[in-house]
Ligand binder design. Structure first.
Ligand code: KG4
Ligand code: ZN
Length: 365
């Protein structure tokens, strides 16, 4: 029986400093022994988005203590670790460099192998860590920094069917919250306000539904909310609580409709592969939204596919997914060496045409 390995994971590509230990058989099942995530929300709050330089400095301060804590919670020493996995991109370059430098230092000091991992592969492989989902599966990544449909056919094999050409949905939720006077983080605040709102009061666009394929756009939707808000203010002299709730509900419904309809198209392409156990998996902070989730569940129902959403702590940025990705990939790839470099852009799928745009949380592919 193949030997279990303890993998130390390190993640610092955006605004979460994370370290984790995952134990498992290379290419097989694994368990999370510890997962430490230190957020930076309050450091960026005054700036309306993640400030790359502030993020990088905060990572430098918190990376070593996060690793120490992850080892302590896993009740292991560095000598018990078999390999070091680190996010080597895509992301905000200062943060990625911080993580890669720490991982290289640890590797040189301890002689342990180092694996540079694509952050998106970490997200995309998580359903195998949490739910043992079989390849090939369909994956929707929806967060503040990502938005794409992928078909995962192997630990290193992903086909991108489409993605956002501008903002990511979480980014749009955050911007719209600001526009209508709700606090950050915008996603949960809009979801809460929308519960009291009428999703049909304002007719907002469903961008790119008239275009074939799975590409999406959320920037125009945000502008439509801005115009609608200004019209209401001009007519009524201000934005009341009910107006705010109705705008939140109308916006949320538009995002949900777009994601559901594009999922139908992605599902059709995916089912052409004739998967034995058709599954749509979702990851990213936006997957917490119950309206969006139920839209996706409806699509799965229509296509008789399973719907898998890993627990939120493993759906949002974390280092367990990075450690697990290295464990999943190590049967078919060699470790990296000291030439490993940090990459601001690193498309998972090098065949499909690259996507446009780079949001407040860095490059999306
Ligand atoms: O995956 P995540 O924690 O971080 C990255 O973006 O990398 O996702 C955070 C994003 C934020 O933009 C936040 O507003 C959004 O996910 N979000 C939500 C909800 N909870 C978090 N969006 C809509 N509805 C929610 N309930
Ligand atoms: Zn992410």
């Amino acid at each position: 029986m193949p030997k279990q390995q303890n993998i130390l994971g390190i993640e610092s590509s955006c605004d979460d400093t994370a370290a984790a230990v995952v134990r498992g058989v290379p290419g097989g099942v694994a368990q999370v022994l510890s997962s430490i995530v230190v957020g930076q929300t309050e450091l960026h709050a005054a700036f309306g988005g993640v400030v790359p330089e502030i993020a990088a400095r905060a990572h430098v301060e918190k990376l070593d203590v996060s690793v120490i804590q992850a080892l302590a919670e896993a009740k292991l020493n560095m000598s018990d670790i078999d390999a070091i996995a680190v996010t080597a991109g895509p992301g905000l370059i200062g943060g990625v460099v911080s993580g890669v430098m720490l991982a290289k230092g640890l590797s040189v000091a301890t002689g342990k192998p180092i694996y540079g991992v694509n952050h998106l592969a970490g997200h995309a492989l998580t359903p195998r860590l949490t739910d043992n989902v079989e390849f090939p599966y369909l994956m929707l990544l929806v967060s503040g920094g990502h938005c794409q449909f992928l078909i995962a056919t192997g630990p290193q094999d992903f086909r991108r069917l489409g993605g956002t050409i501008d903002d990511a949905p979480g980014e749009a939720f955050d911007k719209v919250a600001r526009l209508i006077g709700l606090p950050q983080p915008g996603g949960p605040m809009i979801e809460r306000a929308a519960k009291q709102g009428d999703p049909k009061r304002f007719k907002l666009p469903r961008p790119l539904l008239d275009r074939a394929g799975c590409d999406m756009s959320f920037s125009g939707l945000k502008t439509a909310v801005l115009r609608t808000r200004d019209t209401v203010i001009a007519e009524k002299g201000g934005l009341g609580v009910q107006d705010q709730s109705d705008l939140a509900a109308s916006f949320q419904a538009a995002v949900s409709d777009v994601l559901a309809e594009k999922s139908r198209r992605a599902m059709t392409e995916y089912l052409a592969l004739d998967p034995i156990a058709p599954t749509l998996c979702v990851a990213g902070g936006v997957a917490a939204n119950m309206t969006i989730r139920s839209g996706l569940e409806t699509v799965c129902h229509e296509f008789e596919a399973e719907f898998v959403a890993p627990p939120l702590a493993l759906c949002t940025d974390n280092a367990a997914m990075i450690a697990y990705a290295a464990l999943a990939q190590m049967t078919e790839r060699a470790p990296d060496d000291m030439t490993l470099s940090a990459r601001p852009r690193w498309p998972l799928d090098s065949v499909s045409p690259s996507m446009l745009g780079s949001g407040k949380k860095g490059a999306k592919a």
